[in-house]
Design a protein around this ligand. Sequence first.
Ligand SMILES: *Cc1c(COP(=O)(O)O)cnc(C)c1O
Length: 471
Amino acid sequence: MNHEEFRKNAHAAVDWVADYLQQIEKYPVKSQVAPKDIYDQIPPSPPGSGEPFEALMSDLDSIIMPGITHWQHPHFHAYFPGNSSYPSVIAEILTAGIGAQCMVWETSPAAAELEERMMEWFKEMMGLPTDWHGVIQDTASTATLTALLTAREWKTDFQSNTKGVTERKLRIYCSTETHSSAEKAVKIAGLGSENLVKIPVDGEMSMVPAALQKAIEADMAMGYTPCMVISAMGTTGTLAFDPTKQIGEICRQYNIWFHVDAAYAGSALVLPELEWLREGLELADSFVFNPHKWLFTNFDCSAYFVKDKEALIKTFEILPEYLKTKTRGQVNDYRDWGIQLGRRFRALKLWFVIRTYGVDHLRSTIRTHIGYGAWLANQIEKDSHFELLTPQKLNMVVFRYSASDKSTEELNTINESILTQINQSGKAYITHTKVNGMYGIRVVLGQTRLEKNHVKNLWGLLVKTSDESSH
Ligand SMILES: *Cc1c(COP(=O)(O)O)cnc(C)c1O
């Protein structure tokens, strides 16, 4: 493909994207294919000679698109959103075109310095502690692993990197509701998943600080070394909030690294009125949230903040001769701030998103989504056939169809069937969770293109489907 062909084909590809997003509501939200449907359509061997662009685009439509679940569909209410937006898509095209690999400052000073500024913009627009230092990671899983490795080194006088974790048995704490990335990190860090202590939660699924303190003291009495607590700001199952301030104070008391996982709900910190959300954050040693979930920025982009950047760098820096540069020490060489050496230029899409929308518009969109959550929760509370399983938090609603003459098992079966029918209809995509043994439908109202009429349609669909499923 030469320059002129690229120009022509890329314009066609952009038109394709614009058509796709404009007509996205015509697609079934959740892909309806069966296992191997797509695989079997791809030839077992690669082509010997090159094929025309038109052939690729035609196969994209006929083979690939049926196997796509449409995350940018406004009726995507499953998991957490993986939102994109037009400014973000444009920046991704430019990033690919520039094709820079941003491992150190010298390999693209603009990438490093824009990243530094974007993380400062987040601190200002979200009211985060001013003494934090930010760096972009690919995902929250990586950020939490980065935090854990740093905590491990910090707690072992920076000896584990060289000697291995030999002398002390390090203990990590999180609630029973914490995201599975915590357990994955503990396994990868070589600490052993047996040393991840799961602390009980209260009726709202938030960690019980007194139980945390008890577990820490019991561990210390047995000769363990408490190393890190992972606190959730918005759990994945029910968007529960662990009490940041109380947990942070316990961490200070026992000299434990305090990591806050705000992967999804962290985006709501853009709202100045949500003061309760910020309470105690200054006690955190590290914090992560994903602009790629609820801040209209293409996957992947995870914002990681750390208080003690020296501890972070000391954990990850490595200096072979071929990576030595003259500017070292004067600039941020982000390869020392995490696991990867090679890094994508992710700051560009944040710059495009934040500047195109402006902070005011980002705030009003998030605020609107939270309003939708309240609206849906209100419909559920008013309707005797439904009940909330946890109090509505931000823009997530966890509920079930309910009937007083039916057992938990019967209700679980009915609710599962409601969910399956809605997903098979292609009209919306929702997922579930379990709350104290009860099957709960979990709806997230945070897609970039979500509007009030979608929320009303969804409610209509839930009422109609449950009506049919319960007879
Ligand atoms: C989504 C999520 C994660 C994992 O995020 P990735 O960026 O996919 O690794 C971790 N914690 C919470 C609370 C989440 O919601």
